[in-house]
Design a protein around this ligand. Sequence first.
Ligand code: TNX
Length: 845
Amino acid sequence: MLALLAPASATVAATAQAAVSAVPAQAASAAVPDGAVRAGRLQVRWELQRNVFTEAAPDGRTQARLIVTNNDSQPLPARGWSLHFNSMDALQTGAVGAGLVLEQIAGGYFRLKPGDGFAGLAPGQSLEVSLLYPYRIVKLDKAPSGPYLVYDAAPDVGMAIADFALLPVTRPEQVDTGKTGLNPRVTPADTYRRNARAGLLPAAEVPPVLPTPLHMQPGAGKLRLTGNASVKAPAALAAEAALARELFKSGGAPLQLGVGKVEGHDSPEAYRLTIGEKDGIAITGNSAAGVFYGLQTLRDLMPLPGAADPALAEVAITDAPRFGHRGFMLDVARNFHGKETVFKWLDLMARYKLNTLHFHLTDDEGWRLEIAGLPELTAIGAVRGHSAKPGVRLQPAYGSGPDPRDASGSGYFSRADYIEILRYAKARHIDVIPEIEMPGHARAAVQAMEARYHRLKAAGSKDAAKYLLHDFSDRSVYKSPQLYTDHVINPGLESSFTFIGHVVAEVVKLHRAAGVPLRTIHMGGDELPDGAWEKSPASLALMRQKKLETSADLWDYFYDRVDAIVRKHGLYASGWEEMAARKTLLAGRHKLIPNPRFTQRGFSAYVWNNTVGAEDLAYRLANAGYDIVLAPVTKMYMDMAANQNPEEPGVNWGAYVELDDVYGFIPFDYLKNASAEARLGKDGLTDYGRRRVRGMQATLFTETVRDPARIDYLAMPRLLAVAERAWAPDPAWATEGDADKAAALYGSAWSGFVNALGQRVLPRLDLERVGVDYRIAPPGLLVEGGRVLANHVLPGMALRYTVDGSAPTAASKPVTGPIAERGLIKVAAFDRNGRPGVVASVDNR
Ligand code: TNX
């Protein structure tokens, strides 16, 4: 990922783009006018400077600067060039200082150009421009990304500026939050106090299985693991038997697998696992899925690799999931992530008993699935890069830069890839629910279908407009959260429905070809901006014809048609919460109500909004009859940063989400621990609504995720808390009415959870070399009486420290108690392979 300059080093910077040259070297050099600077010799730095507080912006607006340095022997000319980059947030355009002008091209794609006052930048000189944001930016992940240079003389050639970095946040005014009273940074002492809620548990007290099983009856004996494991299973469980043999790679025991009735449980995922000193191991599942989960439990019970004298403790477990839908959403549209990454996450999901991959395949910035008959969807919609001409490819986004070969900006799953993924998932008892975003978040498709239209029209085809998604005469004024003004599918065009019908039919075919039946497709519904469609002649004509009064009625018309399309294939429709909600105005303010129109359609709505004021939206929709998947942004959005420190990766529009925020989520009583004021006027979940809650999911949008290791960092270990909530029964603390008792129950449950993570679950991933670069949180540090106390959120993680200002390494001194040495104490936690986590430091001089 993008390098953040350490305060001490002002010279070295490397970016992910360094490895990617925009164009073949020859073309690039030909694109540089004689006597002009080469992109490779320009240096760009971004620095968050301060927040500007005004009456109009009481929460502040971020002021930042870009510093451009010419390290070439040639000048940056007075005119004839532009510097392009992406920004996740809006920027004030116009004159930005140094004689330069900032323009928004579209969405978060900007360009800096010389204005009349610019005289050029001589070799060795720097210039500075000022960037003003409409609000306060907290996260460095919001910084510009993917800068590149274009000369007007060769407008089709973009040349990456590899020497690009962010300057560190070291001064208080950079994080000034004004009067909001928010703590601008989490300090090591804050972390220490937070961590102190759980200490190291003796091995025997660490919960042995995660997610927590329903019933566990320990025995007294021990079953030795030896070289002669014998796995017996009927032919129908051949895949499970193979998994069992893999678990027994370095020592096993007699194991019997079978499908049969698990007493007292109807869930096909229920299983019973017994381990006896004499009888060996038996796993019976209500179905192969149950057997599979029994094996995942066995995996967790196995000694860690390398254990001396390996054995299994006697136990009898009867287990079944709390929710039938236990999901993880992976966005491969914003930044592409390939097959191998998807396989890795399917493996991890299975390990922790998650059973649904919500595959976010399309969005404004990419269409990632090959669709037979519509080659433009991937030839154009799956490729990002620089182009002076419209309709060639998508514009760069999220730092993908000028090169159409950029691995994050460009890429898609061929039909064969997709089928392979479906089969891989099926072998792990995971359903794949593909998502096709609409009617908003559809810019990639809109542009691809426009290009198709122009191509066929030029060829004289009568069918040119067959799949067109937007109305060329649309004058609607709207803006999406990603700043687009041209990214929606238009319901006034019959061709929009022809397109959706075609895509749905092709997706159904792919699932059939994979031998994996499809029950639902996620048909989007996210964030159609106010104002969209309103000045489209096509939409207005349709409204007159169908006697629709408002765009909310038009929305209903749209999803009525979409529903008919998916039903024709025997599917039900899934979608974001808006699919089940109706936009209304109450006293002039927006209010989402359960849409009375679709309650009997079997829609499954994924409810993300639990922000202030909407905490009960999921319950209101469920109470009204919609099936619900809980996906609350403040608890289970894996792209949210863990905390407000600017360097901490992730975004923050919904919340900061620490591990315990996820762990503390109460699916059936979101507001249990909220103030009386916050609960006032909010609906709870009725018994009827409760039966509509199908489950929950962790959601990972990937605007900030170019590197697959960043998925690991954001999703792990938080996904383990999601898995616990999704599988394990309601914990006692969630239903206890007495606040003190509930707090005590929570405390011991939390302690068990973090000890299991720190002592067994994560070490197992390390020792098995699964390759998960999970977030190793910074230790907590507290200076007390001249000594430094250190702890970690996950008891059992090894802590190491230095006193000489260097970053701790796997060879640094271990923390074994209070640190008495004087100096700048730097401490980091390490995984079992010596990989360090985030460093924390305190002054103990
Ligand atoms: C909101 S919540 C979105 C996505 C963004 C995400 C970033 C929802 C369904 N939509 O389009 O990627 O925020 O966190």
